[in-house]
Design a protein around this ligand. Structure first.
Ligand code: ADP
Length: 332
């Protein structure tokens, strides 16, 4: 192994830059050349490459987003697209690739391994924390802190005006981000895809709160909770708006909605995300040097581990039931 490539792909997450920095500096430490690939797989197919040195990753450890830029590419989903990508790497002599991204990016990486026996190592970077075989993915801790900060601020106004707020969070089809932020932010109700909850139960909980003098509430809703709260006339509406309408109609309580949206993907990474990114990025390079291919690096019980990407993708990350129950008990 003489020359490796690194790219960031799919949804960006805070800490991707710290991972790129770790990859570049670890590779140079081991006397490898490093090529930064811009715009994810789209840039890989087009040969959008730049040679990286130690100073090209200076002053980025604290920055959100990704200096390599990210993208989504339909063409890379086709065998022809991946052939183009492979030939671009061959042309400049890249003999190993590190992909920092989420599960979609890992599916693409696995295809390169299977179709060309090309050594690729995946580094999990997503605020959703929905990738199996790692306790945490890069960006998750920062996103949780962003949500908690938002909940704190919303709570000030919710208390002053005695209002109910429905706050919608990201996480795609998984509830990890919402559940943990809800626990840490003291949300009165937490709605996640893994635990369908009837509107009646939420309303009963609100009423119970009022009966003991609690006049404000924060309900955290994961974006992926599905359509159960939608009425026929608002099929395109976000679940938070539909839920808020139902609460207002059925209780008469003043209810407001906040969609946190892409706010959750930005910001300076927390210490935990920077440490995770540094450790995983460095380990990914070491795996390539050892001749590994098709592995994902992860953190389990504070140890860096490597598992087959294929295996990680086949596993569903399970929600911790105890934590879900605890969040409910503490918010009664
Ligand atoms: P994330 O990595 O954040 O989950 P996406 O799901 O958008 O983001 O995936 C990022 C990119 O990975 C896609 O735009 C596509 O180019 C590539 N990709 C995703 N799934 C596959 C697949 N099954 N085969 C090949 N490439 C894929």
């Amino acid at each position: 192994m003489k020359k490796i490539g690194v790219l960031t792909s799919g949804g960006d997450s805070p800490g991707m830059n710290a991972a790129v920095r770790a990859v570049v500096r670890t590779a140079i430490y081991h006397e490898l050349e490093v090529i930064g690939i811009r715009h994810g797989y789209a840039g890989l197919m087009q040969g959008d490459f730049l040679l990286m040195d130690r100073s090209s990753v200076a002053d980025i450890i604290h920055r959100g987003g990704t200096i390599l830029l990210s993208a989504r590419s339909q063409e890379f989903r086709t065998p022809e697209g991946r052939q183009r990508a492979y030939l671009q790497m061959k042309k400049v002599g890249i003999d190993g690739l590190i992909v920092i991204g989420g599960d979609g990016s890992f599916r693409g990486a696995q295809k390169l391994v299977e179709e060309f026996e090309f050594p690729v190592i995946g580094v999990p970077g997503t605020i959703d924390n929905d990738i199996a075989c790692t306790d945490y993915s890069i960006g998750y801790d920062t996103a949780m802190n962003t949500i908690i900060d938002a909940i704190n601020k919303v709570r000030d106004t919710a208390t002053s005006h005695e209002r109910t707020f429905v706050v919608e969070t990201m996480g795609r089809n998984a509830g990890f981000l919402t559940l943990m932020s809800g626990l840490a932010g003291g949300a009165e109700s937490i709605l996640i895809p893994e635990k369908p909850t009837a509107v009646e139960d939420i309303i009963a909980k609100l009423k119970h709160g009022f009966s003991r003098g609690k006049l404000h509430s924060i309900i955290l809703v994961a974006e992926g909770i599905g359509t159960e709260f939608k009425t026929n006339r608002d099929v395109h509406e976000s679940p938070a708006f539909s839920l808020s309408k139902r609460i207002q109609d059925e209780t008469g309580l003043e209810t407001r909605v906040i969609i946190l949206g892409h706010l959750q993907r930005g910001g300076s990474p927390t210490a935990l995300d920077r440490i995770l990114a540094s450790r995983l990025g460095a380990n990914a390079v070491e795996l390539l040097i050892q001749g590994e291919a098709g592995k994902m690096v992860g953190m389990v019980h504070d140890d860096v581990v490597a598992v087959d990407i294929e295996y990680a993708l086949s596993q569903k990350k399970e929600l911790n039931e105890d934590i879900y129950n605890l969040a409910n008990i503490l918010s009664l």
